[in-house]
Design a protein around this ligand. Structure first.
Ligand code: CA
Length: 216
């Protein structure tokens, strides 16, 4: 990764130091900024052209979810990686809805975190498989309460919306084909077109986006 500007928003000094050291050792081209609360983070974002924010959830002023929401409202192109001490399902879902591009826990290795920074900076979303499962669960619950499919700004056909809903409920292509009484090839065409329209790489990301943007 070259010349990325990374802002670490974290009230715990030792964690900030560990993160800064890891980036400086392994990615000497990155420039690290530090803030011990959300407000200081906002001040830095106003002044510096930050690419990626590594955001703690438990901060002394406003929590990391709210800070993420405000950052994304003001600077939609900036990427936020939540770095949390836990993976409570509720916080994961809230973070995704606030616009976080990744969610990881503090027991992650520095190498893995640097990998995630790289993927997020190139435009991908990253959620570990356990977290992706929470998202799928939330989608399934939502789906069972609501049979109507909402209108949204991404222009999906009625069939694509049906397919997307089934993807978020965890169905495979074969199962989707059976449920909708269409061929497996037609199903694959719909899935490809969906991924393209949503701008995502795979069905997990499609499910995450479907929840986040309330497409279903
Ligand atoms: Ca904290």
């Amino acid at each position: 990764m070259s010349n990325l500007k990374i802002l670490i928003v974290e009230d715990h000094a030792l964690t900030r130091f560990a993160l800064k050291t890891a980036f400086e050792d392994d990615t000497p081209n990155t420039i690290i900024f530090e803030a011990e609360n959300a407000q200081k983070g906002f001040d830095i974002l106003e002044k510096e052209n930050i690419d990626i924010i590594i955001m703690d959830l438990g901060l002394p002023d406003i929590d990391g979810v709210e800070a993420t929401r405000q950052i994304k409202a003001k600077f939609p192109s900036k990427k936020v990686i939540i770095l949390s001490s836990h993976e409570k399902e509720e916080d994961v879902i809230k973070s995704i809805k606030a616009g976080a591009n990744a969610y990881c826990t503090k027991d992650i290795s520095p190498e893995k975190l640097i990998d995630i920074v790289n993927s997020v900076s190139s435009g991908a979303a990253w959620f570990d498989p356990k977290i992706a499962q929470y998202v799928l669960n939330a989608a399934a619950q939502k789906g069972s309460n609501e049979s109507e499919i909402k209108q949204e700004s991404i222009d999906l056909t009625a069939r694509e919306k049906q397919v997307l809903k089934l993807i978020t409920e965890g169905y495979t292509n074969n199962e989707i084909a059976q449920k909708l009484d269409i061929s497996i090839n037609t199903t694959k065409v719909h899935v490809c077109s969906l991924l393209q329209k949503l701008g995502v790489q795979d069905r997990t990301q499609a499910a995450i986006k479907a929840i986040k943007d309330e497409l279903i």
